[in-house]
Design a protein around this ligand. Sequence first.
Ligand code: G4P
Length: 284
Amino acid sequence: MSINWFPGHMAKARRQIEENLSKVDVVIEILDARIPMSSQNPMMNEIVKNKPRIVILNKSDLADQNMTNQWMNYFKSIGTYPIALDARSNNVLKRIEPVAMEATEEMFQRMEARGINRRPIRAMIIGIPNVGKSTLINSLAKRKAARTGNTPGLTKSQQWIKAGNNLELLDTPGVLWPKFEGDVGLKLSLTGAITDRVVHLDEVAIFGMKFLIEHDKETFDTFYKITNYDVDDIVSVFDAIGRSRGMLMSGNEVDYEQVTNRVVYDIRNGKIGRYTFDEVNDDN
Ligand code: G4P
């Protein structure tokens, strides 16, 4: 991930986003529905302040539906406007437009009371790398390619792009850095938000295996066709998968690297099932 972690870069990215915020009526914050807390920038509340905020729980096609409903309720309860979405689908404008209108209605009524005519709603998309910002811009603007740049902040030349009749978007999304504490890095990697260089992939695979064994063991066992392993001995899980899938090296040894890559790939891409790794709890 081409993110710079230096405080100076973060401050600059934040400043650029704050400057652009003054030009918009509503913020569209994109989170990964599988990790709504871990994919949020830790300073989001401070940065967005009192602007109405639409929270897109994106990649909801890969997340646990029941947990997504819980997260929807949570985001409603804190006064934001959540939408569970697959940014690649072709109905995103229909889903977002009415919510953007609802979120800005009060502001436009105040403007009208002062004699100012209605105009299209101006919005800005913000999120950490890989949550689907460009995909959403493309879908909203019904075009093929949006400029992608995963460096936090924004590029200099900004343009408004039209999304339907009522919405205008800044063409370059604001890119923020994720937080990086506790097991957040593991979750970010497991969902593909960060590349494999930043964390040790074997730790990510172990985290994923343990999660599945704890939450959905039957599906996990069936998917890899494994039975004989010790839940408390993670090496035995690698061995079971390696032998079941024929991921072996010379001498009939299990190729742990191959198992690691496979498990991370399968979880990341929803091959085993739909999972949400962040739970709604009192700490949110
Ligand atoms: P970014 O601008 O925030 O960095 O993210 P971007 O749109 O580039 O999306 C990152 C990856 O996530 C892309 O996959 C994209 O197709 C995928 N994606 C975006 N939204 C959704 C969604 O709602 N559901 C699912 N399942 N995937 C989504 P990629 O493999 O990196 O690229 P591509 O080969 O799909 O183009």
